[in-house]
Design a protein around this ligand. Sequence first.
Ligand SMILES: C[S@@+](CC[C@H](N)C(=O)[O-])C[C@H]1O[C@@H](n2cnc3c(N)ncnc32)[C@H](O)[C@@H]1O
Length: 200
Amino acid sequence: MNRFEREAARWDGAPWRMALARSVAEAIQAQVPLSGTDAALDYGCGTGLLTLALRPAVGRITGVDTSPAMLSRLEAKLAEVPDAGVEAVLLDAEHPLRSLPPVDLITSSMTLHHVTDLPDLFADFHALLRPGGRIALADLEAEDGTFHEDPEGVVHHGFNPEALLGLLAAAGFTDLRATPATVVTKGERPYRVFLATGRR
Ligand SMILES: C[S@@+](CC[C@H](N)C(=O)[O-])C[C@H]1O[C@@H](n2cnc3c(N)ncnc32)[C@H](O)[C@@H]1O
């Protein structure tokens, strides 16, 4: 059982995670014009904190994730408050990212640092976006490895924002920008979160 299968049931119990998702949603809405966004995809949606925060601003949004347990928390929320504009999709070998229909916006919060092959992922994002579509990806700035108490599945200790923009440029994205999104404080330590935005 991986860390997200173990952590799903208590994921939303951490106030800092709720605050982080709200801040990232606000940062996205400040940086990316969302009016006219028909279809959005939230990559590594987890329990849907960012997915549901962005829902009112877009036509429909699909939360995708590799963790059945995290997705089942999102599905439970949708069962309580049905919303035809939100879908939860499990990514696996039979249902890879590239098998999904095209979208106008791809968002993500705190997932990129769990992904080994970012050039491959960004090529998939580029293929999935309609021409003119946007990306809005939030993650940690480079940190010293203390952000996660449990290092399982942590592939990157945050990112140099400019280096991440370089990978996005290599995948074909344009109009790239990195802006501060929020700061997560754990104990006494501040961890900066940035938002990378761009266009296909
Ligand atoms: C730190 S959590 C963030 C969840 C959510 N975005 C939030 O802010 O609460 C990272 C999420 O990414 C998912 N994940 C990890 N590796 C992934 C991958 N390669 N593709 C898609 N999702 C992945 C995990 O299952 C987990 O739900």
